[in-house]
Design a protein around this ligand. Structure first.
Ligand code: FPP
Ligand code: MG
Length: 303
């Protein structure tokens, strides 16, 4: 099956899972959930191929991921997701929470029918994913200048589910779980670093949300931490004073100029590239071109 068709099959399995619940309100709401890039599915298919079991596990992981985004948009008070109105903007926060609950409970029900090895890897990852979201919210309450805390948070918030996906793919294919786990972890870390860079470098149309939005939300991402480490005392104070604020164009331009001066964006991208390189090295013996491409296209993406 072509990659394109496999991804369509995964969409179909997801919508069938929701229809099986027999409540048309959920189907109607689910139609408004944008299905996204399906990075996790592409990863699992590239490792384990597109057997029925692989496709079902992809659908389960995508449903969990979508549920986490529905809840994340409520937590972040986001009006848009991937350039379209978020579910909370369309139906209100209560409905968004409840639809998220339906998606992940159904996903776990389906997961319980898959072997214990795979279901325990995924469920353990989802616990950590939830802890990662809480870490993100807590870190955002005050200015964070500790890159270790940032890396730990993005490991849980983003990379853990990608790591779990790669592990499951390796188990299905009979490969070394730990090597693929390391690949997935590094892919996930690099993915979030690039996501955080794009919040700074892309315009609001490409992003589907205002640029420099993270800092306004309190998220001191890697480029900000790098910049802060390099600024002089007075400029450190200025940067801190902009944290959690709605910035005007001059203030945004000041931050962007400092990013250029200290190469904080290039250095953050270099960090992501190094992680990507380590990921490819971890699985080099498998000579899997698709997995190399996933890393390269993820780092070079524009949104
Ligand atoms: C997006 O991050 C958020 C996540 C990757 C994880 C969200 C996790 C939860 C809400 C835990 C609950 C889990 C379940 C299964 C219901 P972001 O806000 O940095 O990115 P964004 O710009 O895409 O919103
Ligand atoms: Mg968010």
């Amino acid at each position: 099956m072509s990659n394109e068709n496999s991804l369509k099959m995964i969409d179909k399995i997801m919508s069938d899972f929701i229809s099986e619940l027999g409540y048309s309100v959920a189907d109607e709401m689910f139609l408004h959930v944008s299905s996204g890039k399906k990075l996790r599915s592409k990863l699992l298919l590239s490792i384990a191929g597109d057997s029925d079991n692989s496709l079902k596990i992809c659908a389960i992981i995508e449903l969990i991921h979508l549920a986490s985004l529905l809840h994340d948009d409520v937590i972040d008070d986001a009006d848009t997701r991937r350039g379209k109105p978020s579910i909370n903007a369309l139906f209100g926060t209560k409905d968004a929470v409840m639809l998220g609950d339906i998606l992940y409970s159904k996903a776990f029900y389906e997961l319980s029918k898959i072997g214990t090895q795979i279901s325990s890897i995924i469920s353990d990852a989802v616990v950590k994913l939830s802890i990662g979201e809480l870490m993100d919210v807590r870190l955002g309450e005050s200015f964070n200048d500790d890159s270790k805390k940032y890396m730990q948070m993005i490991y849980y918030k983003t990379a853990i589910l990608i790591e779990a996906t790669a592990r499951c793919g390796a188990i299905l294919a009979g490969y070394d779980e730990n090597k693929f786990g390391l690949y997935g972890k590094n892919l996930g870390l690099a993915f979030q670093i690039i996501d955080d860079v794009l919040d700074i470098t892309q315009d609001s149309i490409k992003l589907g949300k205002p640029s420099l939005n993270d800092y306004k939300e309190g998220k001191t991402t890697l480029p900000y931490i790098h910049l802060y480490e390099n600024l002089n005392k007075d400029d450190k104070e200025i940067l801190r004073s902009y944290h959690l604020k709605e910035l005007d164009d001059n203030q945004k331009a000041w931050i962007k100029q400092k990013f250029t001066e200290f190469k904080s964006i290039e250095i953050s991208i270099q960090n992501a590239k190094n992680l990507g390189k380590e990921a490819i090295e971890a699985i080099s013996e498998y000579e899997n071109e698709k997995l190399k491409e996933i890393i390269v296209s993820m780092i070079d993406r524009e949104f």
